[in-house]
Each structure stands twice: as structure tokens, then as C-alpha cells.
Write a protein that binds this ligand. Structure first.
Ligand code: UDP
Ligand code: MG
Length: 320
């Protein structure tokens, strides 16, 4: 440690169209710091030519390193692996698609030098993204904030700089369903923001389909709030109360008003309501339980199939 000042972690999944341009921009920015750095690309099980292109970069540039997963483990896991293998005093995390302008990293470094331990990028504007994505992201970050005890800054992604101290703390946290930006908020230290405009993707399309977005959203929610669990008990309680009133109503009505009127329709309606509520509760429980079972399995977080450019120590590690 100490040799490298900055580690840039770049998760990449099927990014053959952008990876070289991304490398060029990153190199330019990091060269301009005049300090030693490493670019750690984490190939998250890409099915395209991403791995080959990365191997070529490692071959020509001693600052480039590559971790290759044995399959697609997901964005947050890729970031985690990158941080685990970073040796810099400051670690920068940036997307491969150039939506986060690499030049902003210089502002982050400046703030770090001024004494901050976490400098996160706050998106002022997001270009070239669908209305649906913008809307769901806006709602989600605000909802999450309303539900959690640790404030997680709104409109920030994983584009950020973290100090070695923060990185080591995160490495000591064993949880598996990782919502990295939440974890970073949770650990504390001195944090600040750098504002930037999120650009359009340089090429290709998003690697975050709705399914992955939902997984990320619930990882964030379940890791930082138990309120959804409580919500289900409150809902259950309210429904029970309503049902009690309903029975009272039926009894009084049958005695006093009209003993012959069939309450079947209402009964059916309430039965739907009740069943729906129960299903919802079970669903929420299931989300938590699946994560508990995930944690208890104790499997490794990721599997590295390939390691390039990490030097002799890393070579040895591969054969362990
Ligand atoms: N990514 C990854 N694994 C995945 C999905 C995405 O490593 O399973 C990477 C991707 O290559 C990119 C970053 O995570 O560098 C953010 O993904 P993307 O740009 O597709 O998400 P969006 O910006 O559309 O939210
Ligand atoms: Mg993107």
C-alpha cells in the first residue's frame, strides 16, 4: 500500500462499445493528477468482447488491472470486488459508460485533499434517460429517505470517492445484499457532495433492466429499514379491526333491518381484501427471509476467475 495514490474502480457488464473510450477518458483525467494511480476494471461476467478488450488494455498499460467474474454477479458486487482489490489511498467508483464524467473525479480529489472522507456525486440533471427511469429513481430515493433512520443523500448513485479508511470499514462489513451507497452513508466520517450533470450513455444501452432495478431498490430498503415489515403488521391490524366492525354491522343489520338480504357480495369483497393483505404481508416477509437465508449461507460474495495486472503477489493468490 502507499505505492498507488488513487484506485479507480470501474464495473463493466457487456460494455465492449464503450470500454476503450472510457479507458481513454479515465487515463487522461488520472494522468493529469500527476500521481500514481490504478484503473481496476471489474468485468462482471460479460458475454461480449469486454474481457478481451480489457486484457489488451492491461497488456499495454501498467496502470490498468482487471478482475473477471466467473458470471454476472451484479453491479454492486462488482464495485465491492473492486474495492476489495484496491490499494490506493483514495478509491474512486465510476460507471464504465461515461454517464458520470471522469473529469468530475478531479473535483472529488480536491475535496478529499481538503479533508473529506467521502465525496459523492450528486446528479443535478440526468440526460438521455427515460421518463420512467427518472421518475422511479426520484420517487425511490425520496421514499427510501423517508423510511430509513440513516439519511442517504438523494439523487446520488455510486459515482463517488471514498477514503482508504472508509474502504477498509466497508470491507469489514460482511453483508451480502449490498447497497453500497447506503453502506457508505451508514459508516459516517466526513462526507460531502460534488454536483454534476449526468451525461448520456456513450454507447450501448442500459445494463439495468427493471428487474435489476427492483432488486437494487429492495436491497436498499431491506438493508436500511424495517418499516416495511412493520407496515405489514399495521395493515394486518387495521384489516382485523375493520373485519370486527363488519361483523358487528352484519349482526345489527340482520337483527334490526333486513334479515333476508344476502351479505354475500360484501363478504366476498372483504375476503378479497383480507387475502390480498395476507399475500402482501407474506410477500414482504419473504423478501426479508430470502435475504436472511442469503446471509446465513455464507457463500463467497463473488468468484474471481481471472486476475490481470496485479503483479506477482496477485499471481500467487490465484493458485491458492
Ligand atoms: N453493471 C455491472 N453489472 C450489471 C449491470 C451493470 O457491472 O449487472 C455496470 C455497467 O457496466 C455500468 C454500471 O454498472 O458500468 C451502471 O450500469 P448502467 O449504465 O447500465 O446503468 P444505468 O446508468 O442505466 O442506471
Ligand atoms: Mg449508465
Amino acid at each position: 500500500m502507499g505505492e498507488v495514490k488513487y484506485s479507480v474502480v470501474i464495473p463493466a457488464y457487456n460494455e465492449e462499445e464503450v470500454i476503450e473510450e472510457s479507458y481513454r477518458r479515465l487515463k487522461k483525467v488520472m494522468d493529469s493528477t500527476g500521481e500514481p494511480y490504478e484503473l481496476i476494471f471489474v468485468n462482471d461476467g460479460s458475454k461480449d468482447a469486454t474481457a478481451e478488450k480489457l486484457r489488451n488494455l492491461v497488456a499495454v498499460d501498467g496502470n490498468v488491472k482487471m478482475l473477471g467474474f466467473s458470471r454476472n454477479f451484479g453491479h454492486q458486487t462488482a464495485i465491492t470486488a473492486g474495492m476489495d482489490h484496491a490499494s490506493g489511498e483514495a478509491i474512486l467508483i465510476i460507471d464504465a459508460d461515461l454517464q458520470d464524467p471522469p473529469e468530475v473525479m478531479l473535483d472529488m480529489i480536491e475535496k478529499w485533499k481538503a479533508g473529506y472522507h467521502v465525496v459523492y456525486g450528486k446528479r443535478l440533471k440526468r440526460k438521455g434517460e427515460t421518463f420512467f427511469k427518472l421518475f422511479t429513481a426520484k420517487v425511490f430515493y425520496r421514499l427510501l429517505n423517508a423510511l430509513t433512520e440513516v439519511p442517504i443523500p438523494v439523487d446520488t448513485g455510486d459515482f463517488r470517492l471514498i477514503d482508504r479508511k472508509v474502504c477498509d470499514t466497508l470491507k469489514s462489513m460482511p453483508e451480502r445484499n449490498r447497497y453500497v451507497r447506503g453502506l457508505v452513508s451508514w459508516v459516517g466520517f466526513k462526507q460531502t457532495a460534488v454536483e454534476y450533470v449526468r451525461e448520456e450513455r456513450f454507447a450501448g444501452e442500459t445494463k439495468y433492466p427493471l428487474k435489476k432495478m427492483l432488486k437494487l431498490a429492495f436491497d436498499g430498503l431491506s438493508a436500511f429499514s424495517y418499516k416495511p415489515l412493520r407496515l405489514s403488521s399495521i395493515l394486518g391490524f387495521v384489516v382485523l379491526l375493520l373485519t370486527a366492525f363488519y361483523f358487528l354491522f352484519i349482526i345489527i343489520r340482520n337483527i334490526l333491518v333486513d334479515p333476508n338480504l344476502s351479505p354475500l357480495y360484501t363478504v366476498a369483497g372483504f375476503s378479497f381484501l383480507l387475502n390480498g393483505t395476507i399475500l402482501l404481508m407474506i410477500g414482504i416477509l419473504g423478501e426479508y427471509i430470502s435475504r436472511i437465508s442469503d446471509e446465513s449461507k455464507g457463500r463467497p460474495l463473488y468468484i474471481i476467475e481471472e486476475k490481470e495486472g496485479f503483479g506477482p503477489a496477485a499471481e500467487g493468490e490465484r493458485h491458492r
